[in-house]
Design a protein. Structure first.
Lengths: 473, 473
């Protein structure tokens, strides 16, 4: 299938709120039934009581006895970017590249995606919808072994499915050291039975779920964010816009080829290169007990001020058919951060205000982030030290709220870590001044930059939420 | 100036063999006069006799007493890519991002570029043409100091010139650890006097010099490689092709938008992502005297077999107006390697056979390399272990040689390190089988991938040599 046909299939699926499930009520009924039946217990325990997780020495870090999974290590970050020149923190080190994969199939002429109702120990609500496959490299290098995740073969074995999308994308650079995952969408033409924890949804249904709090998990959101609304090399197909108005129409047009973009791709590369070249982030490994301001105890690792995050332990028990138990550390975050994109019609085309983002876990320096990304503490701070443009998100009367929902970060690593995600459009006309390291981009430009791994996960999460058939308000 | 106008200016300049210098003879006369007048002595000395360069301890490495410039360190590389699973080697560590910048200006309606006749101690022929500026970050962070390179202000001070191109590009991953430079082209509209070591050349004149051996240096070649022949988003402008036939016409058309490409950009990203995800290169730092197979002596660092490369010392004396002397280590390479692109018209469009390349200094795993890149030893090896497709370059009767010249690698780091660069076209019709990790790309696709830093320096060097007005044969 050509790229053009794949994109048309994506567009059609995005408009479909009916598919294998007749409507959103049916989707929610299935999901709620799952949520009732599958019961899990997640119990907080001291780090030193975790089964097979121990403090490793030289340098002091937290890891699994097998050497597998991940370690939690200390780093010192030094940078000439942003207001804080240096800080210490624990960070997750999980060097391998995982697969986040969506299996797609046309059912009744509409592309459907196989989603999994999956429990993660850090989720606020236990079950969320994940992509078909979340696999680590050790999973997929032994795809024929007994413990390979279901459906992995469609992603790991060449020729089993047509690859519609396969990109290496960065994870949270503030919490993961250099981590990236392969984001994949592959399509099959034959019947693939859905296991009882899986269901086939249209893209429109997934987008509709994204308008609700905490249903579509982080891994699913990053893959969905990369599915193009259109072809940014091509002019708009106005046939697709029949009956589509308002913000969705503007978003679609912002994705298409246009000569009304504020900046050329060359100028955007120049802006990003300038940021990468001007500002550096030096990361030095440190033992956990050498981190300034951090306490390392049998119970947990936490900051003396109680701010930022802490590393805690959980025992997990799943009372499903195959009873499973395990222990693991999680990063616990207090409160709810805010992640937001400001957008505005400029010259008739919707533009999004992106900000350069430099974090210790970035593999290649500055990335493209959303307008605002901050913790609850920062969001509540007084005006003097509040992040720029925050007022547009806190005071909704300043613009039109196009998206507003609370979403969870990866529940396999983070404990009850939620952010409020918002997209706010300001009226056309007066444009706010653009500070250093900010730039207005169309959606097509953001997608083009994302394809090459330049767009951070917070910004991608917001992109995923665009294009829902229903108005989220 | 819009991107479109910039590209048109590039195209016109590329066709101009006449400019400030009336013809190529005048260019060569200027260059030869420089070469006679400016005399340099480069004398081989033991490493321990270098002024202010010493063996530093813990771990053992070679560095400058000031902590500036670069260090030569040891690494062990382990990989599941290619025939050699593990090896040790010295590598250059120079973490800062430098600027390689070309200053452009319209003179008589034609875009000219300010080139510098520059001596580098490792050059086989002392003087070569470099870009306007080769600056390290420490240079350009003190642009107003006494020792800033000439013309640096146009690249380092915002607003001094229009930025036509600004990209972060990787250096040789086999010799530099994670090194990247900013490749820039900026344009001014006012008169900028050329210092006596500088001259204004058209792009056509630079391309013509590229058809000769060892005149245009590595730094100039990488910047020139990024200057687009056209806009790969746009259909061909046949007006530009008046009187242009043969291979140059094919190359131009291969750069433009086309629906006859073998692979979509999505498919190319998939191919690259697959390579990045499947194959890893682990790099562990080691002391120089802990490297298997390497000898570290007062005189030099070399491999026991005499193969690969050695680290030697040189004393440099420049008898120019400002007499200067300095000492430094250089990486000496024996023999002449071969770097080649195979190309073929497929479906009427010229495609180039690229190969995935994974080297220890790559910051983000696999990159896109040329069809063949090998040392003289490998090129002379018998057929059994010769690199694939080598025969097309060694036996010219198998295809049409479109480019064939010897070029030097960076003379500030490498001593007499030359490679033979070749582009060979095979007749349309039968297509050679495509082994794993190879892919056919158009020039427009190669340029698009290069813009995001995915194309290695060997491949970019070959791209620079395309589009010369004269047939290089």
């Amino acid at each position: 299938m050509s790229s053009a046909r794949a994109r048309l299939s994506f567009s059609r699926s995005c408009r479909a709120l009916s598919g294998v499930f007749a409507d959103m009520d049916a989707v929610m009924a299935w999901f709620s039934a799952k949520d009732r039946r599958d019961r899990f217990t997640v119990r907080r325990v001291p780090l030193t009581a975790l089964d097979r997780w121990i403090y490793l020495q030289d340098p002091l870090r937290l890891g699994h006895r097998s050497g597998k999974f991940f370690t939690i290590e200390g780093i010192r970050a030094r940078t000439d970017f942003g207001p804080v020149p240096s800080w210490d923190q624990p960070i997750i080190n999980q060097p391998e590249v995982g697969i986040l994969g969506l299996l797609a199939r046309e059912i009744g002429g509409v592309l459907h995606f196989l989603m999994q109702a999956k429990m993660e120990p850090g989720n606020v609500n236990v079950l969320q919808l994940s992509p078909t496959v979340q696999a680590t490299r050790s999973n997929y290098s032994r795809v024929h072994g007994g413990h390979a995740p279901r459906y992995l073969e469609y992603f790991a074995e060449p020729g089993r499915a047509r690859v519609l999308l396969d990109q290496l994308q960065p994870e949270q650079g503030a919490r993961f050291l250099y981590k990236r995952n392969r984001n994949m969408v592959v399509q099959v033409d034959h019947d693939v039975p859905a296991h009882e924890d899986f269901c086939w949804l249209t893209l429109g249904q997934i987008k509709s779920l994204l308008a609700r709090d905490n249903i579509v998990n982080m891994d699913a959101r990053t893959v969905v964010s990369l599915i193009p609304m259109s072809d940014p090399d091509e002019s708009p197909d106005y046939g697709l816009l029949d009956g589509v108005g308002g913000f969705r129409r503007d978003a679609y047009l912002s994705f298409c080829r246009s000569d009304r973009e504020r900046h050329s791709m060359d100028a955007i590369m120049t802006w990003l290169t300038e940021g990468k070249a001007r500002h550096a982030m030096q990361v030095t490994p440190l033992p956990l007990d050498g981190l300034r301001g951090w306490q390392v105890t049998d119970d947990a690792i936490f900051h003396e001020t109680g701010l930022y995050f802490s590393v805690i332990g959980v025992d997990v028990e799943a009372r499903t058919r195959e009873a499973t138990r395990w222990s693991q550390p999680l990063l616990h975050h207090q409160g709810e951060g805010l992640v937001g994109f400001l957008c505005q019609r400029q010259g008739g085309t919707l533009h999004f205000l992106a900000r350069g983002s430099l974090e210790p876990g970035n593999r290649d320096g500055m990335q493209i982030g959303p307008t605002v990304a901050c913790s609850e503490v920062a969001a509540r701070a007084n005006r003097v030290c509040a992040p720029r443009f925050l007022e547009h998100f806190l005071d909704a009367s300043r613009g039109m709220v196009r998206y507003d929902a609370v979403q969870s970060e990866e529940g396999g690593r983070f404990h009850h870590f939620c952010n409020r995600y918002m997209i706010v459009e300001i009226p056309p006309g007066q444009e706010p001044p653009v500070p250093e390291h900010y730039i207005w981009l169309t959606l097509g430009q953001l997608w083009r930059m994302a394809r090459h791994g330049h767009v951070n996960i917070e910004a991608r999460n917001l992109l995923a939420c665009l294009g829902a058939e229903e108005n989220p308000q």
